[in-house]
Design a protein around this ligand. Sequence first.
Ligand code: HEC
Length: 161
Amino acid sequence: MRRSALTTTAVAILATAALLTTACSDRANVLPEKPRPITTEGGAAGGAQAVMPLPKPAESEVSTTAPAEAETASVDPLVAKGKSVYGSVCIACHNMDPNQDGAIGPGLAGTTLELLQTKVLKNEYPAGYTPKRDTLNMVPLPHLEPDLPALAAYLDSVSGT
Ligand code: HEC
């Protein structure tokens, strides 16, 4: 009986050991789970990778800019401004269509910036330039100096159209 009792005790000890081992293995299973949060942190690192997409907003900005450029490609803002100035000032004497002669002034399509700078600002012509008219009836419009590049861009854009 004693041996069986010892055996029983031994079995109980083994069983306990087995339980402890199991418990340990459970803990061992728990421990790997702790690194999982680390893996989650890796997911946070993935969040950092999600930060990598931060350039994506930048790309979206670029894509936002691209359509804007596409829109301005069809209508150059400089040309648009030049057309606006031409339509509000020049058509008083020149034709609404720069390719046509106006009631008073000649056609202006293709007018160079240099010609605009002399004619519009001082009612003069560049050296060696042959004026379309012999008169000097146009009034100088020196306040338009900042708009001359736009006017030149517009008059160039409609040249030959
Ligand atoms: C008050 C009327 C009047 C206005 C406003 C006017 N022009 Fe003129 N422009 C003329 C007349 C007239 C001529 C012909 C030359 C002369 O008599 O001065 C002329 C000639 C020109 C010429 C010379 C063309 C050439 O090749 O010989 C240019 C360039 C010109 N105008 C540009 C402009 C621009 C750009 C505007 C608007 C910012 C403008 N003009 C506004 C009356 C005007």
